[in-house]
Design a protein. Structure first.
Length: 415
C-alpha cells in the first residue's frame, strides 16, 4: 500500500500488488446463485478483513454501502463478523439476504414439492393486463408459465418470508434465460435467434443448484446480518462500524435499473423500472443542476472537456462525482474512531477522455476528513471487465487495439 499525497495525487506509477489479485480458496457456490453485473470478487472481503486485523484493528461490525448481491455480507458473516449493508436496488437486496441465510433442507424440499404441485394445477392466468415491457421481452406462453410459477411461489410460501425470498430469488434468476434477452449482454437487447428455455425445467435446474449451494453455505446463523433497501446518499452516520468494504459503480458504466428490469417488474417492485435510474450513482439519467464549483479539483478537470461538446454527458459525470464526494462524507460518519474504509474502484474512458474515478475518490476521502489514504492496484481476473465505450460512446467489447480497463484500484481511508 502506498500513502497518497493529497496535494499531488498521481496514480500513474502505482504498481500491481499481487496480494489483491487472487483468493486463497475456491469461491463458495452460494456466490453463483444469481447472475449480477460486475460482481465483486469474494476474496476481496477476505483480504480486507485480513489486512485490517494485521494493521491492528479490532473488528466487530462490517458494512457495505453498495452491497449489490451480498458478496461482502456473506464473507463477513462467514468469518463471524456482524454485518450491515444497503442497496438502492430491491433485487440486489433480495439476493443479498438470500445468500446470507442458511435454510433447512427438509423445509426447502417440502416447499419446492408444493410449489411444483401447485404450478401443475393452477389455471392459466389472463395476460391482457401484463406490463407492456414484459410483453416486449417474452412470448405469450412464457408469460403464462412465469405468472403461474410466481403465483404458486407466493401462495405456497406466504407465511414464511425467508423461504419465500429463497424461491423468489430462484425465480428471478430464470427470467432472462426464459426471455428473448440476449445472453450475457451488458445492455438490454433482444436476441432474435435465441432458443427459448422451458420455464418449469429452468426453475427445477435453478432450485437444484441453489439447494446445493445452501447445503454447502458457510453462513454463521448466530451472527447478525441486516440488509436494507436504501439510498446510501441518504444515510446518516452513527459511528459504530469498524470496517466498510465496498465497490461503488463507475461513471459511464452499467445502468443497473435497466439490467434488472425483468426482476423489478416480475417481482412487483415497480410498474416502471426507470424510476430507479435517477437516484442511482453513475446513471446517465440525471437532471442535476448543482453548481460545478462544488466539484473538487480532479472532478472539475475531468468534467471540463465535456462542457462544450457533450453537455448531457458532462451533467451525468458531474452528478456522479458530486455523489461520490457525498458518499465519502457518509462513509466517514458511519465509521467508528480509527475505523477503515476500503473501496474497490476502476477507471474508464469515454470518447477518448480518461475518466479517473480513483484519483477523484482519493481526494474526496481526504476532503471528507480521513486522516490517511492509501492506494494499491490489482489486476481484474475472474470478473467481466469494466465496460469500454467506443468513440461514439457505445459499449464495446472490441479488444483489437482499443483500451480495455483490466485493472482497478484499492483505496483505503483511515478515520
Amino acid at each position: 500500500m502506498q500513502l497518497v499525497d493529497k496535494k499531488e495525487i498521481d496514480f500513474s506509477n502505482i504498481s500491481v500488488d499481487t496480494y489483491w489479485n487472487f483468493g486463497d480458496n475456491k469461491e463458495d457456490k452460494i456466490h453463483k446463485i444469481h447472475s449480477y453485473p460486475a460482481k465483486f470478487p469474494s476474496f476481496i472481503t477476505q483480504k480486507a478483513l485480513e489486512y485490517a486485523e494485521r494493521d491492528g484493528m479490532e473488528i466487530k461490525k462490517v458494512a457495505d454501502l453498495f452491497c449489490g448481491c451480498g458478496t461482502a455480507a456473506y464473507e463477513a458473516n462467514k468469518e463471524g463478523y456482524e454485518f450491515w449493508g444497503c442497496d438502492i436496488n430491491p433485487v440486489a437486496a433480495l439476493i443479498a439476504r438470500v445468500k446470507s441465510r442458511k435454510l433447512e433442507a427438509n423445509k426447502l424440499n417440502a416447499y419446492y414439492d408444493r410449489i411444483m404441485d401447485n404450478f401443475n394445477v393452477v389455471s392459466a392466468p389472463i395476460t391482457l393486463n401484463v406490463n407492456d415491457r414484459i410483453k416486449y421481452w417474452y412470448e405469450e406462453n412464457q408469460i403464462i408459465d412465469l405468472m403461474r410459477l410466481r403465483d404458486s411461489i407466493t401462495t405456497t410460501c406466504k407465511n414464511n418470508s425467508y423461504y419465500l425470498e429463497f424461491f423468489l430469488c430462484a425465480f428471478s434468476n430464470i427470467l432472462k434465460p426464459t426471455s428473448r434477452w440476449l445472453t450475457k449482454a451488458i445492455k438490454p437487447q433482444i436476441d432474435p435467434h435465441k432458443k427459448i428455455i422451458n420455464v418449469k425445467l429452468a426453475y427445477q435446474k435453478q432450485f437444484r443448484f441453489m439447494y446445493r449451494a445452501n447445503e454447502e453455505s458457510g453462513v454463521n446463523s448466530d451472527v447478525d446480518v441486516r440488509i436494507e433497501v436504501a439510498n446510501s446518499l441518504e444515510l446518516r452516520g452513527e459511528g459504530n462500524i469498524d470496517l466498510i468494504v465496498t465497490s461503488p459503480p463507475y461513471v459511464t458504466s452499467y445502468e443497473y435499473a435497466d439490467l434488472h428490469q425483468l426482476s423489478l417488474l416480475w417481482l412487483n417492485f415497480t410498474d416502471d423500472y426507470r424510476v430507479y435510474r435517477a437516484n442511482t450513482i453513475g446513471s446517465k439519467h440525471s437532471n442535476i443542476q448543482k453548481d460545478l464549483n462544488s466539484l473538487n479539483r480532479i472532478g472539475s478537470k475531468i468534467v471540463e472537456p465535456f462542457l462544450v461538446n457533450d453537455k448531457s454527458k458532462a451533467r451525468a459525470i458531474k452528478k456522479y462525482y458530486l455523489d461520490m464526494q457525498a458518499i465519502t462524507k457518509v462513509t466517514h460518519g458511519l465509521l467508528a474512531n480509527n475505523g477503515m474504509a476500503l473501496f474497490v474502484i476502476g477507471n474508464t474512458e469515454y470518447k477518448g477522455v480518461h475518466i479517473d474515478n480513483a484519483q477523484h475518490l482519493a481526494l474526496s476521502l481526504y476532503e471528507s476528513g480521513f486522516k490517511k489514504v492509501y492506494v494499491t492496484k490489482r489486476k481484474i481476473s475472474n470478473k467481466i471487465l469494466s465496460p469500454y465505450r467506443d468513440e461514439n460512446g457505445k459499449f464495446s467489447s472490441d479488444t483489437t487495439g482499443r483500451k480495455i480497463y483490466n485493472e482497478e484500484f484499492i483505496l483505503i481511508g483511515r478515520k
